[in-house]
Design a protein. Structure first.
Lengths: 272, 318, 545
């Protein structure tokens, strides 16, 4: 753990706590997920640490289960976007020529339509289920991963050491996995963090618009939607997910920043 | 022909091509995906006759390509079709709403652009000192929140707790400009915060990039004042990247509008689009999607063209 | 002394170093350096990279780049202490009393402004001359610096003129406000050798005509000998020796100075051509992608086993393209390449593993020629594994043998490239090439990124290895001194053609064709008065004009 700055350690710890809470939701949540346990919008008390929601369910329980759904969907979408985006990006960079041209232009085209608008267009005809949501989010976001991993790989691909490997007669597998990938890892890890945050924000937005996770399942965006009426009466239940989202995304950001800084210091590390 | 003119024309042609391709994509997204539109509209319990009628009415029995050209042709003539859910003309419904949306977006842009550039300059001037760090921390937080949540936080503070502005942004043509501005104050504030963060960070990066150039050192070694250096040597070179940043963020703002309109129940395009996605009203979604994509592509195109025009290497060829 | 212009006493300069994975630490860059410069004199500051010479130059403007701080000693300019002076004081003397000429004028000019505006900016700012007077002076300076069309030169933008012209424009910019002192920071290093000589001559004329004093910073002793009155030799931030040009060149007192003076005087006896060449290129013509012009046209050369063929030329001569054609990275449009008696397939992908093994390559920038994520053992071991199937202990032993052969010895196998010095990196690259047991190695400018003494070491190593292993070198370089040191035969390349070709003695002996004469005569020699002698005896004007 030596050499890791405090901010990155803090980010890692908090992020880990969020994932742990998501995994252990059924064991740590005080009540059942959809169980009505009190009055509508009860204030915080010893029984209900965060109060109750618009139907009288425990908000802490909803937040924990909501975190489970949100984090699960976001992780899956990130996994889809990453696998697809980085493999295609590397392929485009290493093969170059026409392959690269076609893939890059198609990617430009998909990116020319704002992600949210594209998602809304697709979700207007597709059934809103978990696999569809994960796929739509993952596919749309993979365009950004594609662009980054292609750019990184193109930069590395012109390095003399890659040329040296080619002159030696190495195959594409060695070039991609042994020469390019180890040097592309840091920026990709940083990007992984940013994509994950984006996925959290995106699924929350969709749920808030009523086009994401469907009730009675809990998720952070949905909790805002369910409790939004309370705001005008001065009941801040709808704002609780804000705290969770901000904490999680700042934590992930801190880790991503550190990963990115490691890359730059590696590049400038001549003779160090 | 002047090479810059040639480049600009090329970019415009490319933008047009992109727009056409985007329209195909939107069309494909709604028509060829496995979901059956007629089924989606009528629900699972529809009779086969009703489904067949619906398909004929929507022209679904014709091949996709001819439907696409029909749709595009009509759209280019201002005919966006009729909404499935209520049978009203889409173009009429969109007209007023588009104006409202553009009004909200322009108010947000008018506040955020100058503020972002000012804060960006401030952050560069006090680089790595407390004003820079404070600005970075605030912007990091606001980037970490989805727009709609920021909307409710602001609504809770400024409308519910302080009572300064209405929580619901009703707007109609009978209102005076001042009344309208009062109505959109909160949504405009949220949008400003959302784009401000990105715009300020990107402006800061663009200026820093210029300030680290060797020619800034040259100017410093001529004994020029800091202000003169920034005004005379940094600005002409930083302008293009900053304008680029502004354009990209305005494009982003247009999308942010969608969610914010829902939060503040604002009668604009975004609200209209989201409502009809839930109702699975495909023609409306297509029309709105096309308009949003056009604005977005247009602004990005403008950013490109401005950076071509401001490049001295292109403007004064060898 | 009344006419002392710049007086630096016991100067100490420190900087904060941000090494990866470590806490920022303080490093002393310049320690206890003193110098004094009289009005109208030129002092050369010479040293290898990291000697602190640029830092001292900027200290005369009381300016520190990045995190560099002047922490001790005195800097007196015109009798006034300027170290730690207020920014208002510094502003009043920068650009008026002292001016600066940077190594890369291309980056130092603002791309958005016309040259004239930038050249006279400081003059107007300090109120030295009126607008009309300043412009007239600028035109006069353009003429002195033999810039083309001096009346209209200032109306152009920086990107519209060549690198050598920009460097001269920057000199005009520095001289325009009639300063007392100009700092020249490696003003000719980035230029081609035939351009360098013109810029050097222009600078020398301008200094003489304006009577300005100058600090001339460079790593090339031969260059500084042409323009300076006295020379200070620096190493790792400390002064090694200080004296007149004549004393430093003809009677250096310190060992380090002696080494610098005698650099590139390696000589080796030329071998006679054998009957059958190892590599024969016949009428090779090549171009990149969709370019409409050939980069190489009808190039024919031969290289004999165990010998060295030097391809010499300036940037754009096509010498590096020739390397790409031979390695198969760029299949030629026409012509044939025979290797070891058999025709070599044109494209890389059609070559057999043995053909690839027998032809290895060493690059100019050793930094980027090695994967930063691999250890030295992996870098050298991979060819052993790949070509000979060596694994485990057998591989490790062979790696150590190779490390011994490049004089690095124990303890290097587990290091990463970032932990090696520039010379060590290049040695590892040589070991990687040797690991394949090649018949021929292409050396692409392998010494030009290195300091002269380190470069000498690499050249000696290459010669040793050739004597021991019998490997042939195709040596690509722009540096004639290197060619003299290592070549058996030479091909002079100019605009994609072979201008002159033969054994070393043939090529380097008169009568010369015009280009070869220009190229050979442009290489600075460590001799006072060389510049004047050469300029008066030239046949062809350089490409810079």
């Amino acid at each position: 753990m030596r050499g890791i700055p405090f901010s990155a350690l803090l980010g890692m710890t908090v992020t880990a706590l969020f994932f742990l809470a998501a995994l252990l939701a059924p064991w740590i949540a005080p009540y059942g997920m959809a169980e009505i346990v009190g009055d509508v919008w009860e204030p915080a008390s010893a029984d209900f640490w965060l109060g109750t929601d618009n139907l009288g369910r425990d908000l802490l329980t909803r937040m924990i289960y909501g975190g489970q759904t949100t984090i699960f969907v976001a992780s899956m979408a990130t996994a889809v976007s990453f696998c697809l985006g980085s493999i295609l990006g590397f392929t485009a960079a290493v093969y170059g020529g026409l392959t690269d041209q076609v893939m890059s232009r198609v990617n430009d085209l998909v990116m020319s339509i704002p992600t949210l608008i594209f998602a809304l267009v697709v979700l207007s005809v597709m059934p809103v289920t978990l696999p569809v949501l994960i796929l739509v989010m993952g596919l749309l976001d993979s365009t950004r991963v594609f662009r980054l991993s292609r750019a990184v790989a193109v930069d590395i691909n012109v390095m003399d050491y890659v040329e040296a490997a080619r002159l030696r007669g190495e195959g594409q597998r060695w070039v991609i996995f042994r020469e390019i990938l180890p040097n592309a890892l840091s920026p990709l890890v940083a990007e992984l963090g940013l994509r994950f945050i984006f996925a959290i924000l995106f699924i929350s937005t969709l749920s808030f618009l009523g086009l994401g996770i469907q009730p009675p399942e809990a998720d952070w965006g949905g909790i805002v939607k369910e409790n939004r009426e309370g705001i005008v009466y001065g009941i801040p239940a709808a704002l609780i997910p804000a705290v969770a989202i901000v904490t999680l995304s700042i934590s992930v950001n801190l880790v991503a920043d550190w990963a990115l800084n490691r890359t730059t210091s590696l590049k400038g590390g001549r003779g160090g | 022909m002047h090479p810059v003119l040639k480049l600009v024309i090329q970019r415009l042609a490319l933008g047009l091509l992109l727009l056409i391709a985007a329209s195909v994509l939107i069309f494909v997204g709604t028509q060829i995906l496995p979901g059956d539109v007629a089924q989606a509209v009528l629900g699972q319990n529809a009779t086969p006759e009703a489904l067949a009628n619906m398909r004929a009415q929507m022209g679904l029995d014709q091949p996709a390509s001819s439907r696409y050209f029909q749709w595009l042709f009509n759209a280019l003539h201002g005919d966006l079709g009729t909404a499935l859910s209520n049978g009203r003309d889409i173009a009429t419904a969109i007209g007023g709403r588009l104006k409202n949306t553009l009004f909200l977006a322009s108010v947000a842009a008018a506040i955020s652009v100058p503020t972002a550039i000012f804060l960006g300059l401030l952050a560069v001037r006090y680089r790595d000192r407390w004003p820079d760090k404070l600005i970075s921390a605030v912007t990091l937080t606001s980037i970490s929140l989805p727009e709609f949540l920021l909307g409710y936080v602001i609504m809770y503070v400024f409308s519910v707790q302080l009572g300064w502005f209405p929580s619901v942004s009703n707007i109609n043509s009978g209102m005076s400009l001042w009344q309208k501005l009062n109505a959109v104050a909160l949504p405009a504030m949220v949008l400003t915060l959302v784009v401000l963060a990105h715009m300020m960070r990107m402006t800061r990066a663009a200026i820093l990039n210029v300030m680290q150039s060797a020619y800034i050192e040259t100017a410093e070694l001529k004994g020029l004042r800091r202000f003169t250096i920034i005004a005379r040597h940094a600005m002409p070179n930083a302008l293009a990247p900053i304008v680029n940043v502004v354009m990209i963020n305005l494009a982003y703002l247009v999308v942010g509008v969608v969610v914010i309109e829902v939060v503040f129940v604002y009668p604009g395009m975004g609200q209209y689009l989201v409502d009809h996605v839930s109702k699975r009203d495909v023609p409306v979604v297509q029309a709105c999607g096309l308009i949003f994509a056009t604005v977005y592509i247009g602004l990005n195109l403008l950013a490109d063209i401005i950076s071509i025009l401001s490049n001295p290497r292109l403007r004064h060829p060898k | 002394m009344a006419d002392t212009l710049l007086d630096i006493r016991n100067l100490r300069i420190e900087a904060t170093v941000y090494a990866p994975g470590e806490k920022p630490r303080n490093a002393v860059i310049v320690d206890d350096v003193s110098l004094s410069l009289e009005r109208g004199k030129v002092m050369g500051l010479i040293g290898e990279s990291g000697a602190g010479k640029s830092t001292i130059g900027l200290a005369a403007l009381s300016y520190g780049r990045g995190g560099i701080r002047l922490t001790g000693g005195e800097v007196l300019l015109n009798g006034r202490q300027i170290r730690g002076a207020s920014s208002a004081t510094l502003r009043s003397l920068r650009g008026k009393e002292v001016t600066y000429v940077a190594q890369s004028a291309a980056a130092a000019f603002n791309p958005a402004k016309k040259l004239m505006e930038q050249v006279i900016e400081a003059t107007l700012h300090h109120g030295v001359l009126s607008q009309a007077e300043a412009e007239a002076r600028a035109v006069e300076l353009f003429r002195t610096l033999s810039l083309p069309d001096p009346e209209n030169f200032g109306k152009r933008y920086p990107h519209q003129v060549s690198g050598g012209q920009l460097q001269r424009a920057m000199t005009a910019m520095a001289l325009c406000p009639k300063p007392d002192l100009v700092i020249f920071d490696e003003p000719t290093t980035a230029l081609d050798v035939t351009t360098q000589i013109d810029v050097l001559a222009a600078i020398k004329t301008a200094i003489a005509e304006t009577g300005v004093a100058a600090l001339y910073i460079t790593h090339d002793l031969a260059v500084v000998a042409q323009v300076s009155d006295e020379i200070m030799v620096l190493r790792s931030g400390k002064m090694v020796e200080h004296g007149s040009v004549q004393q430093i060149i003809e009677a250096p007192r310190e060992d380090y100075t002696r080494a610098l003076v005698s650099v590139r005087q390696i000589d080796h006896a030329e071998k006679a051509p054998a009957a059958e060449p190892l590599l024969r290129a016949e009428n090779v013509t090549a171009r990149y992608g969709a370019m409409s012009k050939d980069v190489l046209s009808n190039v024919s050369v031969e290289l004999y086993a165990g010998q060295t063929l030097a391809l010499v030329g300036e940037s754009g001569s096509g010498k590096s393209t020739m390397a790409r054609v031979i390695t198969g990275l760029l299949p030629p449009r026409a012509g044939e390449i025979t290797f070891d008696g058999k025709p070599l397939p044109r494209a890389l992908k059609d070559r057999s593993r043995d053909e690839l093994r027998e032809l290895q390559m060493i690059y100019q920038m050793a930094d980027v020629a090695m994967n930063p994520r691999q250890t030295v053992a992996t870098i050298i071991g991979r060819p052993l594994e790949f070509y000979f199937g060596l694994r485990g202990r057998a591989r490790d032993e062979r790696v150590q043998e190779l490390l011994d052969a490049i004089e690095l010895g124990q303890g290097f196998a587990d290091r990463y490239p970032a932990e090696l010095s520039g010379g060590q990196k290049q040695r590892v690259c040589i070991a990687r090439a040797l690991a394949a047991k090649p018949k021929m190695i292409i050396c692409d400018e392998v010494t030009s990124a290195l300091d002269p003494l380190v470069a000498d070491g690499i050249l000696k190593l290459l010669l040793d290895l050739q004597a021991r292993e019998g490997v042939a070198y195709l040596f690509i370089t722009h540096d004639i001194a290197t060619v003299r040191a290592i070549a058996d035969s030479i091909a002079v390349m100019y605009q994609g053609r072979v201008q002159r070709y033969g054994t070393k003695t043939e090529v380097l002996a008169p009568p010369f064709d015009d280009y070869t004469d220009l190229l050979l005569s442009s290489v600075p020699e460590m001799e006072i008065g060389w510049l004047e002698r050469v300029l008066s005896s030239r046949k062809m004007a350089s490409a810079g004009n």
